[in-house]
Design a protein around this ligand. Structure first.
Ligand code: 4AD
Ligand code: MG
Length: 430
């Protein structure tokens, strides 16, 4: 018997195949049983007729939600079925009858679903989100690989902070202190001196006491870094990347986005070049005009970002933030050294900042001064300072958060659904 998968079942039109999977749902109309089978690659309706045999029919009628089974049958086209195919069942092999599966078709609260995240991932909605996530990651990698960037990994255990000391996770490293990485950037800068155009892509950690719909404790970030590039170069790079990955996500996953996730894709269709570019000063003036509580000189809050993005029909860049609110490595703006050559990209519809980046300080003396001003341990940064000692170079880069970008593409209210096992302020399990 030919083993088959639901995702590619169309290859077997008219033939008898064996599927393996789990029962999503069973319905009966007296003489016919409809088993909705889920095999991880898709779902298919399997039809058991009483005339196919008493024993088969009785055994099928005992199936419960999430029972594991092998089902043999003939593949037939069905225009009304979601995948376009159905199975006429000829044999059933029950592996286990599942009892009392906690997630039923009725409504459940988010906490309950999150407690059962290991099971919740089996649902159609989560399946769609994780499928788009895998695609988004692939499209991002393709974008950089096709442009000659080298993917080069950076460590998770680090001896120093990258994004400020307030959100560091500290751990014991054989008697020494180590920190979970907040960003691969510092290593990327070394790698850019070795390979010119690089990116890292991995998990990053922030001990952030924020309980918002945009904050995770553990999230995935892609970070390109480019030698002999400045702020404008990486703004263009970010713009090209967003246009490409949003475009490819729409092209590939429109049925999932519209059909399963009920995403209104109109805003995504408008993601075309050029994105508006606002200076921090211009953005502050807009917030003031709109009556926001925002004070000049401070960082934007979630509400401020939403107010700004509302002004445009596509994502918007905000550049040249005050140096005082940015990381130690930000290059000052030659036109006004109180400002930094930094940039954030704000997604539309209130999804907030999805990219942060800028040009790095490349002068040794200035960088030493910054490290001191920020109260950072000079010793741990010696290797980083070497990059300014041995052939220093202008360079810039950015970081894009995968989960925030995915919640924007999928139209999700909260980032917790964008990662298989979210780590949140109040959640470490499952
Ligand atoms: O703006 P951030 O902190 O920038 C950096 O870490 C730079 N070192 C990156 C670089 O230049 N190489 O973070 C970059 C992005 C944010 O725009 C956001 O998308 C995401 O990472 N991010 C988070 N996502 C989820 N939860 C959190 N707590 C996040 N913090 C940042
Ligand atoms: Mg940022």
């Amino acid at each position: 018997m030919q083993a088959a998968e639901v995702g590619t079942i169309g290859r077997f039109d008219g033939r008898e195949v064996k599927l393996t999977g789990w029962v999503y749902n069973v319905r009966s109309s007296g003489k016919i049983l409809f088993i909705l089978l889920r095999d991880g690659t898709g779902t298919i309706q399997c039809i058991v007729e009483k005339t196919a045999g008493e024993e088969l029919f009785t055994s099928a009628s005992r199936l419960t939600q999430e029972s594991s089974v092998g089902i043999t049958g003939t593949v037939r086209p069905d225009a009304r079925a979601p995948g376009g195919w159905e199975l006429r069942v000829t044999g059933l092999d029950v592996i286990q009858i599942a009892e009392g599966y906690p997630i039923t078709p009725k409504e459940h609260g988010t906490d309950f679903l999150m407690d059962n995240r290991h099971l919740w991932l089996r649902s159609q909605r989560q399946h769609a989100i994780m499928t788009v996530r895998a695609g988004l990651i692939r499209f991002i990698r393709d974008f950089f690989d096709n442009r000659g960037f080298l993917c080069i990994d950076t460590p998770v255990f680090t001896p120093n902070a990258c994004e400020g000391t307030t959100t560091l996770f500290e751990t014991d490293y054989f008697g020494d202190k180590a920190y979970l990485t907040q960003s691969g950037q510092l290593y990327n800068e070394a790698n850019a001196a070795a390979f010119r155009k690089v990116y890292c892509f991995g998990p990053t950690f922030r001990a952030e006491k924020s309980k918002t719909r945009r904050h995770l404790i553990e999230f995935w970030m892609v970070e390109p870094e480019v030698a002999f590039a400045g702020l404008d170069d990486i703004i263009e790079l970010a713009e090209d990347m967003i246009v490409e990955v949003v475009g490819r996500s729409l092209e590939r996953y429109r049925p999932l986005l519209e059909g399963v996730l009920e995403r209104d894709v109109a805003m995504l269709e408008r993601v075309r070049k050029p994105f508006p570019r606002l200076s921090y000063d211009e953005a502050s003036a807009i917030l003031k005009r709109k009556g926001a509580a925002f004070e000049y000189g401070s960082d934007f809050g979630g509400t401020d970002e939403t107010l700004l993005s509302e002004e445009y029909d596509r994502p918007v860049f905000v550049h040249r933030f005050p140096s005082a609110i940015k990381a130690f490595y930000m290059q000052p703006d030659p036109a006004n050294p109180a400002l930094s050559l930094s940039v954030d990209l704000l997604a539309s519809e209130g999804y907030g900042e999805i990219i942060g980046g800028g040009e790095r300080v490349h002068d040794l003396a200035l960088l030493e001064k910054r490290i001191e001003e920020h109260g950072l341990p000079k010793k741990a940064f010696q290797w980083y300072l070497d990059l300014r000692r041995y052939g220093t170079f202008r360079h810039a880069g950015f970081g894009l958060g995968v989960e925030r970008t995915l919640s924007y593409i999928c139209g999700l209210q909260h980032v917790r659904e964008t990662i298989p096992y979210p780590r949140l302020l109040n959640r470490l399990s499952p």
